[in-house]
Design a protein around this ligand. Structure first.
Ligand code: ADP
Ligand code: ADP
Length: 225
């Protein structure tokens, strides 16, 4: 079983903005779309699930893990691709992934080499493995971000507004990659683009002003709004 259950999650920032209002969602294995306009609360929800910020109330369970309390356990099985992520421009793709694999606890250097090479192949960057990250295009950086997020075989992958700034071909490639990953992992795709959700996701929720206003199957749900 692989399932994320969010119950009555609320968050008000210190400036008084209520970003999440009693959010409840059950997210199964596969590609899940979180659709909502800018400012809806998507990033707040993603950061909370990724254990990067606290909620005021409510709970999140990932399989048997209490996400808001067992942060270290969550981090071991989570891959997070934030909306904006910087890369070190003067480090090669291969070296960077090797560092991250070390941080994720893969101590044996031969094992790391195998993991890194397999991931570079998976995201179609193997031929660019020796290139510095500063030379990568937007699409290449996104695919590198996915490789980074996949180290350690996560059970849950969060991608926040992933295709902003990608050209159509790059977007397609990125989408195909996500679909493949979604076959045996929970993938949450946070976006304001309706087509991304209808094309890719098997279930979805719509979030607006911090509230989940609908959840279900993308085709029936989007047709009804
Ligand atoms: P908290 O309630 O989590 O303590 P803060 O108001 O202290 O939140 O802000 C945390 C961080 O988020 C700060 O670095 C702040 O600059 C940034 N931040 C503040 N307002 C916004 C906003 N409207 N959107 C995005 N980030 C913001
Ligand atoms: P989305 O990802 O859907 O654009 P966010 O979660 O970033 O939405 O923002 C939801 C609301 O919370 C917005 O009104 C935003 O300005 C506010 N907000 C986000 N982060 C912070 C923060 N750290 N401090 C204060 N307000 C924030």
């Amino acid at each position: 079983m692989n399932e994320l259950v969010i119950s009555n999650l609320s968050k008000t920032y210190s400036n008084g903005v209520q970003a999440l209002k009693n959010v409840s969602l059950t997210i199964p294995r596969g590609m899940f779309g979180l659709l909502g306009p800018n400012g809806a609360g998507k990033s707040s929800l993603m950061r909370t699930i990724a254990t990067l910020q606290e909620a005021d109330s409510g709970s999140i369970r990932l399989n048997t893990i209490d996400v808001l309390r067992q942060k270290e356990d969550v981090r071991k099985i989570l891959g997070y691709l934030p909306q904006e992520f910087g890369v070190y421009p003067k480090i090669s793709a291969e070296t960077m992934l090797d560092h991250i694999a070390t941080l994720k606890g893969i101590r044996n250097s031969n094992e790391r080499k195998e993991v890194v090479e397999a991931l570079l192949q998976k995201v179609n960057l193997y031929q660019f493995r020796k290139k510095n990250l500063g030379t990568f295009s937007g699409g290449m950086k996104q695919r590198f971000g996915i490789a980074q997020a996949l180290i350690g075989n996560p059970k849950l992958i969060i991608v926040d507004e992933p295709t902003a700034g990608l050209d159509p071909a790059e977007r397609n490639r990125f989408h195909n990659l996500l679909s493949e990953i979604g076959l045996n992992t929970i993938v949450i795709l946070s976006t304001h683009i309706v087509e991304d959700v209808t094309n890719l996701c098997s279930s979805m929720a719509i979030i607006c002003m911090g509230e989940v206003v609908a959840q279900g199957n993308p085709n029936t749900l989007v047709a009804s709004v």
